[in-house]
Design a protein around this ligand. Sequence first.
Ligand code: NAI
Ligand code: ISE
Length: 338
Amino acid sequence: MTVRVGVIGVGMIGQDHIRRLTQVIAGAQVVAVTDVDSARAEAVARDLPAARVHASGQEVTDDDHVDAVVVTSWGATHEEYVLGAIAAGKPVFCEKPLATASAACSRIMDAEVAGGQRLVQVGFMRRYDATYRALKAVTHDGSIGAPLLVHCAHRNPSVPDFYTADMSINDTAIHEIDLARWLLEEEITAVSVRTPRRNSRAAEGFNDPMMIYLETESDVLVDVEVSVNAAYGYDIRGEVVGETGTVSLADGSGVVVRRDGAYVGRVPADWRERFVRAYDVELQEWVNSVAAGGCTGPSSWDGYAATAVAEACTQALRSGERTPVSLREQPDFYAKTH
Ligand code: NAI
Ligand code: ISE
């Protein structure tokens, strides 16, 4: 079966996912696209012989030729389109964050539960990255003892002018928030945020970098450095400290050149380069699950929990206080899927 996909929002990652749906992975065809920038949607569709251009996301979710929907518009618009796909009974792959407010994520969960079947997968692609999978395997195989601390760094070389400190949390650090839950297989119970001297490349009043501290149910402490003006490249780091050893992501995945008394490796330019294979695996598994009539991967609950933690971090950034995270009761519908 070929899964006919409609894509809502064809900016950077929308186009990258269309490329992989059409050129990299098997079993999918892009049959519809839309964007509030209609000229961009037209331009993208020119290279997609089977794709119609729709005037709105609602037209995509309602299109009878669309079997499944990919939502890659701005975070604040996700709720409307995910709810539209659920109402149409169609599987939907929604880029992170599931929504920018936990109340919106809650409404998505309620609609999905009422429909009686899982339809939503959230784009937390690090769960599909080979190095993070290896990190998780060692964390749980007993070889380093029980985890005590997790150190993370999430460095972007730069961000667009409209980026804000809140987005450093709900658009960037949200990856580590999900990662901590997935890696440690427990929820986050409290958060704190500290801000050092501002990077002079950041806009006035923009707290960059920042340090986020996440506390888990079993009292593991996760620290996350978020820097979005790091200049030198896209650098993602992670280390788990256990009772008797540590495990960390290795530097780079390419080669190291030794010459002239120095050794040099490559720092990825951006998330597309660093996580290219993770996105491929993620979307292939999504297409496979849709073709098989099911839904796997990060769920609406995972999207909700991550956004609820991000909200607590935003509050902690403003107040300077350690802030508890309060999650609603997990519906039975979402069996523990870590
Ligand atoms: P972008 O700004 O490059 O693209 C977004 C596109 O959506 C634009 O073309 C815009 O015109 C369109 N759009 C906005 N509102 C719309 C609406 N209501 N209906 C239809 N189209 C609309 O942004 P980018 O970087 O592609 O990010 C999009 C989403 O993907 C965000 O949620 C972002 O957090 C996520 N993302 C995830 C990544 C990951 O590593 N998993 C990497 C990059 C982005
Ligand atoms: C972007 O939206 C992503 O999701 C990238 O993975 C992340 O590294 C970047 O900071 C975000 O802006």
